[in-house]
Design a protein around this ligand. Structure first.
Ligand SMILES: [Zn+2]
Ligand SMILES: [Zn+2]
Length: 348
């Protein structure tokens, strides 16, 4: 079979590999869609401290079951399934308390296990052990199901930042994750959602699809002024920073209303993770700052349900579909920001 294998930063090869055989407790899938994201581009360029090369990349996986290892029940050849990306251990104190996204023993598809940029992938026993393989609901395509993984991360982020009915929300960052945040905020009953990005072209591409109440180009307008005006000087109830920008995080604190909640959804570069924060603003204005680290198996199930019910449509966010041998082109498209979501279809 053909796979996309990471060997070293800048050295990702499309190569032949033997079709894998599922071991005990494992399931083999024919990959129908594996979608790309900014993380893939980062891995391609800089590597990742959790990846021991060589490793098949790809973590937004949907496919069909083609073979079962020993001791696997509950699954059958032909089942349409979606796979979690982050795999909690299931038995540490955090996992047992339901805090699976912060499991210290977490492993990941495409990092510790071979991923989905391949014609076939093995679902490890560790995924099945934590309920991380999900049936794709009827009516949901493989391509849509592959978006359940990033949507699951967005579900985790918004449950932590508690977006809800009547909220005014600012989303900073108009990439695919920002688009999903706009749609999920609406599904959770937000009153108004404002979308912000420095890049006008990327913002308008996103805004055309997800229709925020305002699309604010950070490079052209004073975002704080615009938000303050639109909220009668109050600021917004929740600010979600879906961009790897310390400046955006600092700005988020100023955009929040009293008792506002701020999500540092995106991580900052490892080399530059420190921001300026006026602690008295947090203290006197009773602000809440939360993080977000991936998703749990439960969040993935919720994401599939949100897609299936139409609460969070994702089909129109998939703006490009490429075969496996064009995966590096897909990474370039993602890096240039010229598509919302690019999905790889290895079986076509
Ligand atoms: Zn991803
Ligand atoms: Zn754990």
């Amino acid at each position: 079979m053909k796979v996309v294998r990471f060997h070293a930063p800048g050295d990702v090869r499309i190569e032949d590999s033997p079709e894998p055989v599922p071991g005990p407790g494992e399931v083999e899938l024919r990959v129908r869609n594996c979608s790309t994201c900014g993380t893939d581009v980062k891995i391609y360029r800089f590597g990742h401290h959790h990846i021991v090369p060589p490793r098949v990349m790809g973590h937004e996986i949907a496919g069909e079951v083609v073979a079962l290892g020993e001791n696997v029940s509950d699954w059958a050849v032909g089942d349409r399934v979606q796979v979690i990306a982050a795999i909690p251990c299931g038995h540490c104190p955090d996992c047992r308390a339901g805090r699976m996204t912060v499991c210290p023993n977490q492993t990941s598809m495409g990092y510790h296990y071979d991923g989905g940029f391949a014609e076939y992938v093995i679902v490890p026993a560790a995924v099945l052990a934590v309920g991380g393989l999900h049936r794709i609901p009827p009516g949901v395509s493989f391509a849509e199901a592959s978006i359940a993984e990033p949507l699951a991360c967005v579900v985790n982020g918004q449950s932590l930042v508690r977006t809800g009915p009547g909220d005014d929300v600012v989303v900073i960052g108009a990439g695919p994750i920002g688009c999903l945040h706009v749609r999920l905020a609406r599904a959770r009953g937000a009153a108004r959602v404002f979308l912000v990005d420095l890049n006008a072209e990327r913002l308008h591409l996103a805004a055309d699809l997800v229709k925020p109440d305002a699309a604010l180009v950070g490079a052209e307008v004073d975002v704080l002024d615009e938000v303050v005006q639109r909220t009668d000087g109050r600021g917004v109830d929740a600010v979600i920073v879906a961009a790897a920008s310390g400046r955006a995080q600092e700005q988020a604190l100023r955009l929040a209303a009293r008792q506002g909640r701020i999500s540092f959804f995106g991580g900052l570069p490892r080399t530059d993770p420190v921001i300026a924060l006026d602690a008295n603003e947090v203290h006197y204005r009773e602000l809440t700052i939360v993080g977000a680290n991936g998703s749990s198996p439960g969040h993935n199930a919720q994401a599939l349900e949100l897609i299936a019910t139409g609460a969070v449509p994702v089909a129109d966010l998939i703006t490009a579909r490429l075969p496996l041998d064009q995966t590096l082109d897909a990474f370039e498209m993602v890096a240039r920001g010229e598509a919302i979501k690019v999905t790889i279809e290895p079986s076509r």
